[in-house]
Write a protein that binds this ligand. Structure first.
Ligand SMILES: [Fe+2]
Length: 326
């Protein structure tokens, strides 16, 4: 049963047919955060992304001598499909996977007002890592969007950022997390719907994407790390943030096992402490419902055209009842 405070059912984390519907409803219609301009400072190496089976290439052709220069940054899809991209005045690069997404301004209403208060071009890119995990992309975002689990899952993190202060503010397609309101330049976490984050804490900055795999129970985690310190300082920061990421990874693999094994069906979310989860899951649900209705209408129209009217079979009536939009 739909209720404003209920989680998405476990089937939304496991069903292959629903996953494909989600791809069309969410990923192909969204904007994705690729990185601050400092990610693209090596002019010789294009940066390659794969999001929801679409490969994007970022090239920076601005003159090397200009240092941080965003004028020459271009983004294109490997298969030459048309996409859109946008660089904010504060130096953050975003891209779509198709032309089905709305304009940047329409999608991220109010984002630049927030990001323009921070200079994201200060910290140089230091390292990027990537690995696969056995969990649905939403299993990871569920954990990112709340900090109720922080105290018992992240003991070192909780020492520096006590969960008592932790709060999440949701906007149309992004969330701002603040670990401690008295420190404005530390403990800032941004979530960009659907799969990207930007995290300023522990003395550096990191960004991760939870890239959906070809099956619902797999994701590829991609992390980029930014830091201005010495090699030793960076390694210390890296160790700290990696510890937090590994703790989350373990939690997600276990949660996914519970979702796939029928241990966990659905539950109720805390409207204050889990408002970030409620916000993003609601948006997923809305996008999927809208896409379902859209595709159903198109199919009905096609059938009516073929048979001269009357066709009513929708997506939900597939051969094995595969899609069950609840
Ligand atoms: Fe966590």
């Amino acid at each position: 049963m739909d209720s404003p405070s209920r989680t998405l059912p476990a089937s939304w984390f496991c069903s292959p047919a629903l996953y494909q519907l989600e791809r069309r409803a969410v990923f192909l219609k969204s904007w994705h955060f690729l990185g601050p301009v400092t990610r693209f400072q090596d002019r010789k190496k294009p940066v390659i992304y794969e999001i929801s089976q679409v490969t994007l290439i970022v090239e920076n052709s601005s003159p090397e001598s200009d240092g941080i220069n965003s004028d020459g940054i271009i983004v294109y899809a490997e298969d030459k499909a048309k996409i859109k991209y946008h660089l904010t005045p504060s130096g953050l690069l975003f891209s779509t996977l198709s032309l089905d997404a709305p304009s940047f301004e329409e999608y991220f209403v109010g984002l630049e007002v927030l990001t323009n208060t921070v200079d994201f071009t200060k910290l140089p890119h230091r390292r990027s890592i990537s690995y696969s995990g056995r969990f649905n992309w939403k299993t990871m975002i569920d954990g990112f969007q709340e900090c109720l689990h922080c105290q018992y899952t992240h003991p070192t993190f909780s020492k520096y950022y006590p969960p008592t202060f932790y709060s999440v503010t949701n906007h149309s397609t992004f969330s701002q997390h603040i670990a401690d309101p008295s420190k404005t330049s530390d403990g800032l976490f941004l979530y960009f719907f659907p799969i990207c984050t930007l995290n300023v804490y522990g003395g550096g900055m990191s960004s991760f994407r939870t890239c959906p795999g070809t099956e619902p129970g797999w994701s590829r985690m991609e992390f980029d790390y930014y830091h201005s310190g010495t090699e030793a300082e960076f390694e210390e920061y890296f160790k700290f943030v990696r510890q937090v990421a590994l703790e989350d990874f373990e939690l997600c693999e276990k949660a996914q096992q519970g979702l796939e094994g029928g241990v966990y069906g659905e539950g109720v979310l805390n409207p204050v402490k889990e408002n970030g989860v409620l916000f993003y899951q609601r948006r997923v649900r809305e996008c999927v419902y809208r896409q379902f209705e859209l595709e159903k209408k198109v199919k009905e129209e096609e059938r009516e055209k073929e048979a001269g009217g009357g066709g009513m079979q929708g997506l939900g009536e597939g051969k094995n009842g595969a899609v069950a939009v609840q």
